[in-house]
Design a protein around this ligand. Structure first.
Ligand code: ADP
Length: 578
């Protein structure tokens, strides 16, 4: 939308209407004081009348700022501006004649001010500028000439000469201002165009990442799962080492993929947070169990100290909190060669804040680098990548996540002594967890004897699911697309359903909706198992009432745990219904 010059003047005039009337009132009082006459009051009435006229004539421009005015309308606008100036500065003529010396001084200053005002506000619309400047100039230069002739005081002509000099300065100033305004407008337009281009490019980047992530996840899933299966077969030492290398490299690639995706989501402002109840002590315990062996392998002690005031259950985004703590612990383990790592967990009841400090006695960070470690792709020294891997994205993502969640992540460190990273997050305190969730956390029944429907169009993925899950004692019924899944769900009751997203014939979302619409498996827990890791997909699944959402490559432990929990939830729901 481009606003035309006339409309810009209309907006400024409207904004300054009250100021003009206020000034007129002040001038009226001054003129009355100087001349003790009734005329200044009459003048004030005339000013108000011309301001009302001005308001009406400029109004259509204010209402439709993008509409180009017709020639007739432009003439009306210019005439209004001229009438306005003629009346407004009319008081100067009266003061020149009847106000004596002070009146003349006041009059000339007032007209000079008026001239400056219209020149600066109307310079980008020449016809309006001339309509306002000409009457002002006539007063400004004409009054001293008139005085010189009528009062026979030729020395007053000098005032006109001064007036000419003033107007020359004014022309230079206005031209400069006009050039600056034009340059500013051009820069604004360019900035708008560039911003639009950047938005389009950013959207294209997000789409590209979604596609790439899907395309990489599918084969990665096959590689990691196949390597997992291979590890369980009889292997000699060398083969075992090769498989470990495969799995380690796979983990690094998945980590990298997740980091890049998270980072681009945060950059695009598309990071969506979830909110659910989290068993804090349980989560911290499992984090400890995960990192303990790696720390002890380096001869480092890992301690988790939880203040007694810390609540058992909190409401937050559990996945993101875990991600941040995981990153801090992984760094602490990476950069601590001896000594200890302590995770201190505290509760600030006053503002319902969870404060987690990860304190290590590792190599520390030089103070000059400390300010940069939260920048993206920043590592303390280039050899870090060669020695430990990593991208330098972990802390940047963690800090951004903490900020999005309303908290902060800070670091203190002494080189050679160790580092302390402090995460402070506002979280909701959940007083007493419902017995149902507590029971859920306790349910540890296996998958023995369960019957699970799995829909996936890739033969390799179907094979992998069977090989991964059947050792848990469950039976897997495999189908190749959504339509087959709906058909299977119509005839047989399942304990849980695993559903891929993109499949030929009928996709996973549609199949899920149909299964949820009625029949034997209307309430069977359904787990979306997909290579689409973007939040848009997650929300599409959430709308179908899916029980859980897992991304590929399949994490066997997580898959088994989610299935076990889903089956237990189904048993509980059935028990409650019975
Ligand atoms: P990455 O670990 O993937 O390289 P991060 O953003 O997590 O990326 O960390 C950035 C850098 O900050 C690391 O490469 C390391 O140099 C430094 N760093 C992070 N945590 C620690 C720590 N606990 N002790 C010493 N240096 C650390």
């Amino acid at each position: 939308m481009t606003v035309n010059g006339y409309a810009m003047v209309a907006q400024v005039r409207h904004r300054e209407l009250k100021t003009r009337i206020g000034l007129a009132a002040f001038i009226t009082l001054t003129a009355w004081f100087l001349t003790q006459s009734f005329w200044p009051m009459a003048w004030f009435g005339a000013v108000v009348a011309t301001q009302v006229l001005d308001w009406f004539v400029f109004r259509p421009l204010r209402l439709h700022p993008t509409r180009e005015p017709t020639t007739r309308y432009k003439v009306a606008l210019c005439a209004t501006a001229a009438i306005n100036v003629i009346v407004y500065s009319g008081i100067a003529a009266w003061l020149w004649v009847a106000g004596g010396e002070p009146g003349r001084l006041f009059a000339i200053i007032q007209v000079a001010g008026g001239l400056l005002h219209v020149s600066l506000h109307m310079h980008h619309v020449r016809p309006l500028l001339f309509s306002a400047v000409i009457p002002h100039s006539l007063y400004f230069l004409g009054l001293p000439v008139l005085g010189a002739v009528v009062d026979q005081r030729p020395e007053e002509l000098l005032i006109s000469v001064g007036g000419v000099l003033y107007m020359m300065h004014l022309v230079v100033t206005v031209r400069q201002s006009s050039m600056t305004t034009t340059a500013l407008q051009a820069a604004n337009t360019e900035a708008r165009v560039e911003r639009r281009k950047a938005e389009v490019a950013s959207a294209a980047k997000s789409d590209f990442l979604a596609v790439i992530s899907h395309e990489i996840r599918t084969p990665m899933n096959a590689v990691i799962s196949a390597a997992n299966l291979l590890r369980r077969t009889r292997l000699d030492r060398e083969q075992r080492e090769h498989v470990s290398m495969l799995l380690d490299a796979g983990d690094v690639l998945v980590g990298l993929l997740n980091d890049v995706l998270d980072f681009s989501k945060i950059e695009a402002g598309k990071m969506e947070l979830e909110s659910s109840v989290m068993d804090l002590r349980e989560k911290l315990g499992s984090l400890g169990r995960l990192w303990q062996p790696r720390a002890s392998a380096n001869g480092v002690r890992l301690k988790i100290q939880i203040d007694p005031d810390v609540p058992d259950f909190i409401r937050t985004d559990p996945l993101r909190l875990q991600q941040m703590l995981f990153n801090l612990l992984s760094n602490a383990v990476k950069f601590t060669e001896d000594g200890s790592i302590t995770v201190l967990v505290e509760w600030q009841a006053a503002d319902s804040r969870l404060v987690v400090s990860v304190v290590d006695t590792g190599c520390g960070i030089p103070s000059a680098r400390l300010v940069h470690i939260f920048d993206s792709f920043a590592q303390v020294d280039a050899s870090t990548t060669r020695k430990f891997g990593g991208t330098g994205l972990g802390l940047a993502i963690s800090r951004k996540l903490a900020e999005i969640m309303g908290g902060s992540l800070t670091a203190e460190s002494v080189e050679g002594r160790g580092s302390t990273f402090t995460l402070s997050l506002p979280v909701e305190f959940v007083a007493q967890e419902t017995t149902q969730t507590r029971r859920k956390a306790e349910v540890q029944a296996g998958l023995e004897g369960r019957v699970i429907l799995a829909a996936d169009d890739h033969a390799v993925n179907r094979r992998i699911l069977t090989l991964l899950l059947e050792p848990h004692g469950c039976r897997i019924v495999l189908v190749e697309n959504g339509a087959e899944a709906v058909e299977a769900a119509r005839t047989q009751r399942f304990d849980a359903i695993l559903m891929d997203m993109q499949m030929p014939v009928m996709d996973g979302l549609e199949a899920t909706k149909r299964i949820r619409a009625g029949g034997l498996n209307q309430r069977t827990p359904l787990i979306a198992l997909t290579a689409n890791a973007m939040d848009v997909h997650r929300s599409a699944w959430d709308e179908t009432g899916v029980h859980a959402f897992l991304t590929k490559p399949i994490d066997l432990v997580l898959l088994a745990a989610t299935l076990t929990e889903a089956c237990a939830a189904r048993d509980e729901a059935q028990g409650a219904a019975a």
